[in-house]
Design a binder for this molecule. Structure first.
Ligand SMILES: [Zn+2]
Length: 211
């Protein structure tokens, strides 16, 4: 497993990428990773993600208590903790307000794997019920979806992507935004055509995944 220092450096890199790719604006969005000591390293509240420093990151435990750091943890820390508690295979969580994915979240329209890469990357992306940001309502609203999905649209809010590491969670958030753009444009062209289930099963089989 990576050292805490290398994970802190990786967090800074992910913050810059999220900003460069337009997946977050201003001080919005937040992301985190599980540390070798079992605690969580999360972005601080109120800082733009492209300008994070090693020391601005906040270490919290799985109860949400601050272990190390001068800043307050992201106000959405409860949402992150809920994921880590429910998914031992998840070591990173990325939450964005990327525009196309957020537009689907605002419209309460789930994303479907209409491009073949999306079948493996995320599959069906559900919309969880609306919850007041930064409150206990958020973990409750996503709870039922966490075990079966690696990405969730949060109604009238944004996108939540999980991964076995920071790169995987970031790529997933980036791919969700791409998929949302493709679905949006497809609808201007008359609507996307879904990949038939037997073809999805074939794709998964080719990738060595049991169906
Ligand atoms: Zn948010």
């Amino acid at each position: 497993m990576n050292s805490e220092f290398s994970l802190r450096q990786k967090m800074l890199e992910i913050g810059k990428l999220l900003e460069q790719k337009g997946l977050v604006v201003a001080t919005d969005g937040n992301f985190s990773t599980r540390l070798p000591d079992g605690n969580i390293l999360i972005t601080p509240s109120g800082l733009p993600k492209g300008r994070l420093t090693i020391d601005s990151l906040v270490k919290i435990d799985l109860e949400g208590r601050k272990v190390k750091g001068t800043y307050k943890p992201s106000s959405e820390y409860r949402m992150h903790i809920e994921v880590y508690r429910k998914r031992q295979d998840v070591n990173a969580v990325v939450h964005t307000h990327s525009p196309y994915a957020t537009a689907f979240a605002v419209s309460h329209i789930p994303l479907e794997p209409v491009v073949s890469e999306a079948v493996l990357a995320n599959g069906h992306v559900p919309v969880s019920p609306y919850a007041t940001p930064s409150t206990e309502e958020v973990p409750r609203s996503i709870s039922a979806y966490i075990e079966k999905h690696n990405a969730i649209l949060l109604a009238n809010h944004g996108c939540l992507a999980m991964g076995k590491n920071l790169d995987e969670a970031f790529y997933r958030a980036e791919r969700i935004e791409f998929l949302a753009r493709v679905m949006f444009i497809s609808r201007l062209l008359g609507g996307e055509k879904k990949i038939p289930q037997e073809e999805i099963d074939k794709l998964l089989k080719n990738w060595g995944i049991e169906v």
